[in-house]
Design a protein around this ligand. Structure first.
Ligand code: ZN
Length: 217
């Protein structure tokens, strides 16, 4: 497919602002146009946009850490609301599955989605595991007759409980406690210990990093 291309740049990396697109005339059906993101004058990303009356089609390539480049192409529906004083406003309907919120800005990671969707992804991937782990420690401590507070000493072996069972609870509690620190704790820790030699992040760490970049840029 031949792609008619209008070169244009925006400084907000990986953001699609419908007001900017409208101002640049990118929402008028006129074939594929290209939008470039630049940082300090250097192009760092691009996306192709094809406008129709009720939607835009986004086409771009993205790369997750240490994976091959992937091409994406999908529609984002548009929604129009009337202003009190006449005229209309155009909105994106967030294309993330089950969302469809009416928003003015979409944020790019591997898919473009609203701020709310990225916040949710961030919370379920990075914050829920540590609170789940904390609950696990508290449950074990209470099962052993303790209070659940991590400030207290670890409870001793209850009368009648096998040593083997008690030891297993101790090990589980220790493991869960290691996972119960919130992400900010690790950031703090990273600043106070000497730099480690480079090690390749795991897939999920890389995925989190992509998410974070997508939501904060
Ligand atoms: Zn959304």
């Amino acid at each position: 497919m031949g792609r008619y291309s209008t070169r244009d740049t925006t400084s907000s990396y990986r953001q699609l602002d419908i007001r900017v697109l409208q101002r640049k005339g990118f929402l008028r059906p006129r074939g594929w146009v290209s939008l470039y993101w630049s940082v300090n004058g250097e192009v760092v990303g691009s996306i192709q946009i094809l406008a129709a009356s009720d939607r835009v089609i986004l086409s771009y390539r993205h790369q997750r850490y240490a994976e091959d480049w992937k091409s994406e192409e999908y529609s984002v529906l548009l929604n129009r609301t009337r202003c009190n004083y006449g005229g209309e406003r155009i909105w994106f309907l967030c294309p993330a599955r089950g969302c469809s919120r009416r928003v003015a800005v979409l944020y790019g990671g591997s898919i473009f989605a609203c701020r709310h969707c990225y916040q949710l992804a961030y919370e379920t991937q990075r914050e829920a595991p540590h609170s789940r782990a904390l609950r696990r420690v508290q449950n074990i401590r209470m099962k052993l007759g303790g209070s659940g507070s991590l400030a207290d000493d670890f409870p001793g072996r209850p009368k009648g409980m096998h040593w083997r069972t008690y030891n297993r609870h101790c090990m589980e509690a220790e493991e869960a406690q290691n996972q119960s620190w919130p992400p900010w704790f690790y950031k703090m820790l990273a600043r106070s210990v000497p730099a480690k030699p480079f090690s390749k992040p795991t897939q999920s760490e890389a995925a989190n990093r992509m998410k974070t970049q997508g939501s904060t840029s």
